[in-house]
Design a protein around this ligand. Structure first.
Ligand code: IPM
Ligand code: MN
Length: 351
């Protein structure tokens, strides 16, 4: 019996989570696993009503679950940064979800903005460090509000934090068993402290993985290769901010935010799965948002729980409808409503 904590969140989060839960229910029936869900109302609206974000007792409660399924957080009525740091980053950090795993996979070349790229050309995974770097929130103002003001934002990188992320990425390259290639994406030419540590750690860990080919690309060049030669990549490992940036580009070349899913993973603890696109406030309540990213996130959650067959079946069902049914992956242009797409995935889920 899996215990799954559900955080529908803000904006279109609840709508897409609803579709993901439909698919989860069907997967449970077809593959014979049992689960229970409990809903948590962490969101911008709750913050506006009660002033509450995620506190330490919430974190302790969530530690009792096998996985967390998250819709989206972020509300235009709340000042930017409050919900992001108080809910999403709080959960990532407090649950030590030190990996942000973001597969970039093109399912149908018709949805790819790049010319002449086929599904086999765009099939890689970004392993984003998820607990340190510039996201650590370290820094200070000096002489705030004056003409002499200085704002300092620190990128915090520990040997332990970097090493556990790099190890995870090597394991991922080995297990994926595609090109068995791991690319370190950084900025060794300018950020000479942080990326010196990353590069040294990468080189040392690489010695333990002689079967994995290694490579290095600066982050700016990486964005260029994503557009020009995405087929070069298999697994990419990078820090928190670079990973944030390149995975939005990754989402675009795989067909957009409507299909991009990710997992915040603590290999020894509770992991959290989410569509990476955000709360899309302007589409809220219209039944037009694409729920496939949330459905794919549900698939990633099942894989993480050990229900590999169910995860594969969800991916196959998604591939099926993406290659023949949908007109587009973009909100409002899919030729189907949000709930109809959930129903289609349910119908196509085969044991
Ligand atoms: C993401 C998002 C978050 C991030 C925001 C909402 C804090 O952009 O998950 O990629 O920057 O990590
Ligand atoms: Mn992002």
């Amino acid at each position: 019996m899996y215990k799954i904590a559900v955080i529908p969140g803000d904006g279109t989060g609840p709508e897409v989570v609803n579709e993901g839960l439909k698919v989860l229910e069907q997967a449970g029936k077809v593959f014979g696993f049992k689960y229970e869900t409990k809903f948590f109302d962490f969101s911008g609206q709750r913050y506006l009503k009660t002033g509450k974000l995620v506190d330490d007792s919430d974190v302790e409660e969530l530690k009792k679950y096998n996985a967390i399924y998250l819709g989206a957080v972020g509300d235009p009525e709340v000042k930017p940064g409050i919900i992001e740091t108080g809910v999403l980053l709080k959960l990532r950090f407090a649950l030590d979800q030190y990996i942000n795993l973001r597969p970039v996979k093109l399912y149908n070349s018709a949805y790819c903005p790049l010319k002449d790229k086929q599904p086999e050309d765009i099939d890689f995974v970004v392993v984003r460090e998820n607990s340190e770097g510039l996201y650590k929130g370290m820094g200070e103002f000096k002489d705030k509000g004056t003409k002499e003001e200085i704002a300092i934002q620190i990128s915090y990188n520990t040997r332990k934090g970097v090493e556990r992320c790099i190890r995870y990425a090597f394991e991922c390259a080995r297990k994926r068993n595609k090109k068995k290639k791991l690319t370190l994406c950084g900025k060794t030419n300018v950020l000479t402290y942080a990326w010196d540590l990353w590069q040294r750690t990468f080189n040392e860990v690489a010695k333990e993985y002689p079967d994995v080919t290694t490579d290095y690309a600066h982050v700016d060049a990486t964005t260029m290769w994503f557009v020009k030669n995405p087929e070069w990549f298999d697994v990419i490992v990078t820090d928190n901010l670079f990973g944030d940036i390149i995975t939005d580009l990754g989402a675009m070349i795989q067909g957009g935010m409507g299909i991009a899913a990710g997992g915040n993973i603590n290999p020894q603890g509770v992991s959290m799965f989410e569509p990476i696109g955000g709360s899309a406030p302007k589409y809220t309540g219209k039944n037009v948002i694409n729920p496939l990213a949330a459905i794919c996130a549900c698939g990633m959650m099942l894989e993480n729980l050990g229900e590999e067959k169910a995860a594969k079946a969800i991916e196959q069902a998604v591939i099926g409808i993406v290659s023949k049914d949908l007109k587009s992956l973009a909100a409002g242009k899919m030729g189907y409503s949000t709930s109809q797409i959930g129903d289609l995935v349910v119908k196509n889920l085969k044991g």
